[in-house]
Design a protein around this ligand. Sequence first.
Ligand SMILES: Cc1ncc(COP(=O)(O)O)c(C=O)c1O
Length: 379
Amino acid sequence: MPIKIDFEQIASPCFVLDEQALHNNLKVIDYVQKASGAKIILALKGFAMYSAFPLVSRYLPGTTASSLNEALLGKEEFGGEVHAYCPAYLEDEIDEILKICSHITFNSLSQWEKYKPKVQQAGQPLSTALRINPEFSEVEVDLYNPCAPGTRLGITAEQLGDTLPEGIEGLHFHTLCESGAEDLEKTLQAVEEKFGHLLHQAKWLNMGGGHLMTRKGYDLELLIELIKNLRQNYQLEIIMEPGSAVAWDTGYLVASVLDIVENRHIQTAMLDVSFSAHMPDCLEMPYQPRVLHSVNESKHKYRLGGLTCLAGDYMGDFYFEKALQVGDKIIFEDMIHYTMVKTTSFNGVGLPSIGIWKEDNTFQLVKKFGYEVYKNRLS
Ligand SMILES: Cc1ncc(COP(=O)(O)O)c(C=O)c1O
């Protein structure tokens, strides 16, 4: 039975993970994993709420990191396999990364050449790969298109040549973003056309993230068929590393109205959260977040205003059935993946607390942040 979160119990500002929704996503991902034979690991860049890792790690065998910090978090809090892919590895981090990881992907042939001696000396079994650029992506927004002309991400087929460099066992591509299985199908056509000869030489293929398999309407059966075909045709192990799909629509950012101001007939409800500091994707992408209990049209129309003094720290328009009052809760939906990992304390604004609405219908406040967070990242 779906649970009902009682937001009145929760002090704002607070990110609230809906544990049941996360669990449901994990069951879908696990179904794909079992039916297709692929290995699906969590991309920490999209979801790193480690208080939820005991549940996630029941279904996923490991994590993928894009920095030493993420690799350490994966090792300490998740366990299992730690994979890494970094656009460029730092000299003073690579030794520790190599110690932690089971799989490491390099973004360029020059990075591979540079760190090859260290990889060969690494104490534990370590499987290495190169990120390829199939020069094909269905993603239309350039900010999220890793194959845009001039991209710094990945090696083209022309640069890679006919044989995999000695010591390389895997290939890795990441070209999707909140995409369907049909987009993967088209991407795979480009990958096979350009890199098919290398797929025959590789042991594994990591198909990156962006597979939004937990969104309603995603064609899971097509995804499973595509994976099975790859495994069969090339004798490859298939790995996927979604972030968004794991935490898609699994929770909220709970805010409150602090004040209501008016200018030239525009009413703005000032909140105890900030788009700039707490939901930066809204401004970057940009997109208008869904707000619980807002309606399509009514006479009570508001901008929602952020807490920083950045002039553009607002979004609008939102409509409500009743006029908003100071103290009312404003609940932003789908605010767990990427949002939580991207918060800042710009303007000295505090970070929202983090809590879990548990499957047994109780609320667990996991963490509250104070002045130390702001102070400790400055000197
Ligand atoms: C290399 C790589 N892998 C995985 C991901 C996770 O993608 P998503 O959260 O869209 O599934 C990203 C996201 O940017 C990425 O760059």
